[in-house]
Each structure stands twice: as structure tokens, then as C-alpha cells.
Write a protein that binds this ligand. Structure first.
Ligand code: SAH
Ligand code: SF4
Ligand code: F3S
Length: 441
């Protein structure tokens, strides 16, 4: 028997790329590939890339420049680029970095086995199609064996919203939803392998409209209620949602579905209606705030998070101030903020930029405000009893790490809990990016 070949996968970008990386490794397993954590040991290296901001895309080229050196000692090493940079730049990647042997897009990676065979023949392989077949149908059988207690599951992919700044509709393609039966089958399999928490993934996950067992289109809320029936599954989350797709049944589920966790990531991008319009977001700051009120009425203790872009073309100080006001009005438990990055091919790419020094200064101000709110939400947790899903041992003896229902990272001190246990704890302290807790006896 020949020794197994080694595959090294490095993942950039969003949670869907984390899920896809796992599926790519599964696709290559029948070709004799085992995963390694050490790039220098690998027979094949795959970079699963992100194109969302210029920096994310440029990182890939500097990494490729470094990895190329490994080919000197190992001429048979194959280097591949997958993900959204692969989709956006295609063949150009091989022109810019000739050490690249393979380029595969997010909708065609189920064809990796055939592409790998091509590489073995000494050829290069490129596939950035949007095939008609469902990649997950080809990748249907998943390996057996225990898994970590929290897992991702892609249910929806792509986006038809075309926000003026965003590459996702071009890199991931049109919005599609997987059928309900396939998702339930995958979820049951995950639970059989030790998973207790599933995060449903989609670029626009609450636009989910997959075919149900009754032949009709099911909403995300209907899917969540079906998952709620799976014995052994303790927690359900979903990300990322668009404000315009927060349907009544989904808001209602946040109030009544026990397994659906009290946390919601609901990006708004800006608090200025003028900028929202130019971003093609098709909601206003006011409609977003009214939506938040309805969600909080259904689930008063829900922790909210968001995404913000600062320095979008033509953003004035008054527009920016409106964003700060919206953050104060919502009181996010967490938020991501990004300096606007021009993406070639998107509508906003043609517009005049805000002075970069002004954008930098706004980014610092928004981040300081977000941190204040994050701290306030964390401090309000002190003294409360919450459940934690234990994910791994901590550094200190007897310490275990996990996530609370509200998605806070929690350190449990002097714990006898095991990985995979769901334990009630009392929060004792708020730290910078986590909470400390003790077990309730
Ligand atoms: N599908 C999700 C996430 C898209 S990407 C959604 O609709 O919310 C994640 C975040 O990156 C976005 O919410 C946005 O805040 C940010 N982003 C997207 N394009 C960007 C760009 N050109 N410059 C800076 N930030 C960007
Ligand atoms: Fe991008 Fe907008 Fe679609 Fe989100 S909703 S993926 S920001 S185009
Ligand atoms: Fe990046 Fe593609 Fe995800 S651009 S954020 S990896 S969908």
C-alpha cells in the first residue's frame, strides 16, 4: 500500500468557507488524501480564499509567494486556490503566480477528484463554472467518526441583493436553497456524531426557501422547527441575515422555539438613509430600528450583532454621525466594522472615495463606540445564570471553555464538565472578549 498523501487547507473569509474547506477535504479523501496541519508536509496545498475586501484578496498572493518556495524541495507539491478569489480572478491567478496548479470556484469544488487526476498527469486544472448539478448531491456521503460539539451546515448560498459595494453576488452566484430533506439528513448525521449545536449558514440565510417534503417552499422558520424535533440536538443558530428577509414566522420562532438561541447577527451597514440608498440596501435606518423592536418584543434578552462599513463613497460627517446614533439606539452586543474597500466590478467602484485619513479616523471612533456597547452588554451578564456548551479545556487546570446561549465566550473555572456537555453556570466576571463563570451546583 502506498503511504497516504497529505493535504493542507488554509481557510480565509467567512464561516461558509470553513464549511466548504471541510467538504473539500472530504472530496479528496477517496483520492488518498489525509489532512495535515503542517504546510511543509503537504503533497497538496489548498488556499480557500476570500474576495470581500482588497486586503483579503492580496493576502492570498503574499501567501502563494511564500508557499512557492516549498516546491524547490518538493517538485511534486501541488498548490491550489479555491473560494471567492478563485471565482473572481480565475485564470489570472495562474498568470500572476505560475506556481499555482489548480483554481476551483465555490460552486464547482465537488469536481476536485477529477481535477486532481489532471494534476497527476502533469497538467493544470481550472474550474470556475456554476454547474447545474448540486455540489452537495455529489458529496452526499460524509465520513464517520466523532466531531466537535458545534458544527456549521450550509442551507442557502449566493445572493440576489447586489449591495453596491459587495462582490458576493458575483463570487457565490444567484441565491439557491438546499432541499429540507437533505438538510435534515445532514443534521441527523452530525448529531449522531456528537454535534449538539448547529449553525445554519447562508450569505442570506433568512431568504431560505428550500423545497419541503410536502413539495412546497419552506421558510427558514419552518426548517428551524423541523430541526427542533431532532433528539440530541440542543441548539440552533443561523447566520447571516438581511433585515428585509426577517419574516414574521422567524421573529415568532425567536420567541417560542426553545432550541433557537437568543443571538442574531443582523447587519445594517450604515445609519444614514442617504448612504443606505446609495448602497442599494432597500431599507432605512428607521425600518431597521422598528424591526429590532419587534425582535426584542419576541425575545427580550436577545443579543444583537451587526456589520458596518465606514467611509463609503460620499459619506459625510453627518452620515457617519447617524451611524453612531443607530449603534447607540440598538446597543449591540458585538459588531464588526470595516473601512470601505473598492471592489472592481461593483457599482460603487466608480464613485469618489472619502479621504482615507478621514475614513481611518471614523473607523477608530466607531470601534471605540462598539467596544463600549460590547462591554456594557457583557457586564449586564454578570450574576446571571446561563447555559454553556463546553467546547474544549482551557489553559488553567480545571478550566473549561465554551459558548453561552448568547454566544459569549465563557471560561468555567474549577469545572468537572466534559467536552460536549451543556452546563448551567453563573457569570462572575466580564473580561475583554469573554466572560468568567462558575458551575451552579
Ligand atoms: N452576506 C452577509 C455578509 C457579507 S460580507 C450580509 O449580507 O450581511 C460581510 C461584511 O463585509 C458585510 O456585511 C459588510 O459589512 C462587509 N463588506 C462587504 N463588502 C465590503 C467592501 N467592499 N468594503 C468593506 N466592507 C465590506
Ligand atoms: Fe453582499 Fe448585500 Fe448580498 Fe450581503 S446582502 S452578501 S452585503 S450583496
Ligand atoms: Fe469572503 Fe466569499 Fe465569504 S468573498 S466573506 S469568502 S462569501
Amino acid at each position: 500500500m502506498t503511504a497516504p498523501k497529505k493535504l493542507f487547507v488554509k481557510t480565509y473569509g467567512c464561516q461558509m468557507n470553513v464549511y466548504d474547506s471541510e467538504r473539500m477535504a472530504e472530496a479528496l479523501a477517496p483520492q488518498g488524501y489525509e489532512q495535515t496541519e503542517v504546510a511543509a508536509e503537504a503533497d497538496m496545498i489548498l488556499l480557500n480564499t476570500c474576495h470581500i475586501r482588497e486586503k483579503a484578496a492580496e493576502k492570498v498572493y503574499s501567501e502563494l509567494g511564500r508557499l512557492k518556495a516549498l516546491k524547490v524541495d518538493k517538485p511534486d507539491l501541488k498548490i491550489g486556490v479555491a473560494g471567492c478569489v478563485a471565482q473572481a480572478e480565475g485564470e489570472e491567478i495562474m498568470r500572476r503566480q505560475p506556481a499555482v496548479d489548480l483554481v476551483v470556484g465555490p460552486q464547482s469544488y465537488h469536481r476536485l477528484p477529477q481535477m486532481e487526476a489532471k494534476l497527476r498527469d502533469g497538467r493544470k486544472a481550472l474550474d470556475t463554472d456554476f454547474p447545474a448539478e448540486d455540489k452537495f448531491d455529489t458529496l452526499r456521503t460524509r465520513p464517520k467518526g466523532r466531531r466537535a460539539p458545534a458544527a456549521f451546515l450550509t442551507v442557502q448560498e449566493g445572493c440576489d441583493k447586489f449591495c453596491a459595494f459587495c462582490v458576493v453576488p458575483y463570487t457565490r452566484g444567484a441565491e439557491t436553497s438546499r432541499p429540507v430533506s437533505r438538510i435534515l439528513e445532514e443534521a441527523r448525521d452530525l448529531v449522531d456524531r456528537g454535534v449538539r449545536e448547529i449553525t445554519l449558514l447562508g450569505q442570506n440565510v433568512n431568504a431560505y426557501h428550500g423545497t419541503g417534503p410536502d413539495g412546497r417552499e419552506w421558510s427558514l422558520a419552518q426548517l428551524i422547527w423541523a430541526l427542533n424535533e431532532i433528539d440530541g440536538l440542543a441548539r440552533i443558530r443561523f447566520t447571516t441575515s438581511h433585515p428585509n428577509d426577517m419574516s414574521d414566522d422567524l421573529i415568532e420562532a425567536h420567541g417560542s422555539c426553545k432550541k433557537l438561541m437568543p443571538y442574531l447577527h443582523l447587519p445594517v451597514q450604515s445609519g444614514s438613509d442617504r448612504i443606505l440608498k446609495r448602497m442599494n440596501r432597500s431599507h432605512t435606518a428607521e425600518s431597521y430600528l422598528r424591526l429590532i423592536e419587534r425582535i426584542r418584543a419576541a425575545r427580550p434578552d436577545i443579543v444583537l450583532s451587526g456589520d458596518f462599513i465606514v467611509g463609503f463613497p460620499e459619506e459625510t460627517e453627518a452620515d457617519f454621525q447617524a451611524t453612531l446614533d443607530l449603534i447607540d439606539a440598538v446597543g449591540y452586543g458585538y459588531a464588526y466594522s470595516f473601512k470601505y474597500s473598492t471592489r472592481p466590478g461593483t457599482p460603487a467602484a466608480e464613485r469618489a472615495l472619502v479621504d482615507p485619513a478621514v475614513a481611518d479616523e471614523r473607523l477608530q471612533r466607531i470601534q471605540a463606540l462598539i467596544t463600549r456597547h460590547q462591554t456594557a452588554v457583557q457586564e449586564a451578564m454578570v450574576g446571571r445564570e446561563v447555559n454553556v456548551l463546553v467546547e474544549k479545556p482551557g489553559r488553567a487546570p480545571g478550566q473549561m471553555l465554551g459558548k453561552s446561549d448568547h454566544l459569549h465566550a465563557v471560561h468555567i473555572e474549577q469545572s468537572s464538565a466534559q467536552v460536549g456537555d451543556l452546563v448551567p453556570v453563573r457569570i462572575t466576571q466580564s473580561k475583554r472578549n469573554s466572560l468568567a463563570a462558575v458551575t451552579i451546583r
